[in-house]
Design a protein around this ligand. Sequence first.
Ligand code: G4P
Length: 540
Amino acid sequence: MSETSVISPARGGELAREAGRRRTFAIISHPDAGKTTLTETLLLAGGAIRAAGQVRARGENRRTRSDWMKIERERGISVSSSVMTFERDGLLFNLLDTPGHEDFSEDTYRTLTAADAAIMVLDAAKGIEPQTLKLFEVCRLRDIPIVTFINKMDREAQDPFELLDEIGGKLALDPAPLFWPAGSGNRFKGMLDLQGEQFLPFKRGEDGLDAEPVSTRGNSIAMHLDEAELAEVEEGAELVREASKPFDLQSFREGHMTPVFFGSALRKFGVEQLLAGIGSYAPPPEPVEAVKADAPIIVEPGDREVTGFVFKVQANMDPAHRDRIAFVKLCSGRFARGMKLKVQNTGRQLSVHNPMMFFASERELAEEAFAGDVIGIPNHGVLRVGDSLSESGALRYAGLPNFAPEILRRVRVKDPLKAKHLKRALEGLAEEGVTQLFRPVMGSSDFIVGAVGPLQFEVMADRLTEEYGLEVVFESAPYAEARWVSGDRAAVEDFAGKHRTAMAEDIDGAPVFLAKSAWEIGYVGERYPEVTFGKTKERG
Ligand code: G4P
């Protein structure tokens, strides 16, 4: 039980019940595996949109409205994240969109800190691809339960046993298929429900959301499968039942097992079943560890105090307002519009008069929200990624880590008169988490920016031009690595004093060592054993 749960039973009951019907999840996949198509079909299945094409259309609209997303359009990749909410069978689903491109893996990591489960989409012909693996590793860092959807069964697929082996071998995750496909490509006929005696027929040209299961006993199945096909799918089902571990809810929730669904996002086949699976098995928001008055506590979703953390900040969603939206995952309480919340690390108070909830079609004002929900809070730089928010302002969740960048560049503005503007713009982008910013403590007034992948620099240059009217050039920096320096204070000061030309401060003023090579980090690490050279830094 947590210390904050001084609540009347009726209240706690309602809060816990509301939290218990939330399912907050993200989709991870390699580009082209079908994430966008699946998102759209899930929203259709959830009744959030009426006609296919809206996710893309909405995307296009958004893109033409905000120019910096030109990159998205030109490269056909999704850079920005959003949240979509829909309700079905008494459950409330919050679908978090994550960028598919690996250069934005840090952004994805942050979004996944707000997800209580993830769907891993695999292309049935390709299995596990490099980006699937990378994103999976990010999920594993937090033991997020993963549901697997093997997509594009309407096309020629790999042998499903091979696909399961790949999941087991490459991800060290026990695959537990809940369905078994009958053929693939032109021979795809549907799938057997391994938990019941039912077969879901696939009919080419028909909307898969309308598919009605038929009993495997009796004659009706013969309308969908000939004898040889029936024998083949039954034999496969038999084999897979023997070869794989049965689905175990606890093992799934601990991140060791993944239930496997098959289908076709494009033909909308198997998606109802996937959604039902998320509803039944994916966890509602769980208790979260935090610190209050220097003591560790566990915050329960049913606790009365409204608490949450900022996992993403996004600018320019609405060009009419130059505001930023901070996406907050609520961890407890009942949030009501107009409520006052405090930021733990700065003590600043916000009156949240115009929170947003993100229903699939448009932004709407949220009147109330519960643990598991994501609300968008427009603000002018008060909220930053990793901030903890609560009514008391006394509660702190573990900060979101910054990762040491893999590429460092010196950035210069072409018009020297605009140097001051550049500083503000770079700080703004760093606060949003687009790129990281390092200010050398000595000498030049140059800024060093860091990124995980080169596309981040393109997004940055584009936004500096479009939003701030600044033309910049990136030059190679004489540094290859950045490390956060911490540890014994005297030792850190001694190190920093002797390496002043290589020292910088990050956006929070934390000391950073800029090294010329990975070798140099090993070298100084040996000479200064009391100093830690961190590859990650937690804010908050
Ligand atoms: P992504 O977001 O993961 O990058 O993938 P996206 O949904 O954009 O899908 C990539 C391509 O795969 C699209 O084709 C899409 O239509 C196709 N696709 C997705 N799911 C299925 C499926 O279940 N079966 C089949 N056969 N194809 C599927 P495209 O030609 O690149 O784009 P488009 O012109 O169709 O939009």
